[in-house]
Design a protein around this ligand. Structure first.
Ligand code: CA
Ligand code: CA
Length: 135
């Protein structure tokens, strides 16, 4: 996966999940997607699982379990179009230090027996856009 290493507070961060190689039709591949806060808190960004679901939208080749974080791709016999996840960051009015969180992909495998490998993580820094002023 690839994605944003830094965004300004209030701007969206985007992450792209792709699969190189083309699986035979009906073969499946799965991986676990997760977000872990570093110095950021849940209030600093939108809910990651909901963002993944929104990114899949009406695609029928992908399914995501918001409880377990498992993303499953079922091949149509063509290459998987990349999945672009857009995660909003919250433009609060607090004066803060930069905040970090990490989006990771792990446990890539194929329940249907194809050979699928992959992992990776991206740490994104939210740069604060608020200032405090002493009059
Ligand atoms: Ca914030
Ligand atoms: Ca702020």
């Amino acid at each position: 996966m690839s994605g944003a290493s830094a965004v300004t507070e209030g701007a969206p961060a985007s992450y792209t999940v792709s699969l190189s190689g083309t699986l035979q039709a009906a073969q499946t591949a799965s991986a676990t997607l997760a977000l872990a806060n570093g110095s950021a808190a849940d209030a600093d960004h939108a809910a990651f699982a909901a963002a993944v679901t929104a990114a899949i939208n009406s695609r029928t080749d992908l399914a995501f379990d918001e409880g377990t974080g498992v993303l499953t791709f079922t091949s149509t016999g063509a290459a998987m179009p990349p999945l672009v996840i857009t995660l909003a960051t919250v433009n609060d009015t607090l004066v803060e230090a930069d905040e970090t969180f990490t989006v990771s992909l792990s446990d890539a495998a194929s329940p249907s027996g194809a050979t699928v490998a992959g992992s990776g993580s991206i740490t994104t820094t939210i740069h604060d856009n608020d200032t405090a002023t002493c009059p």
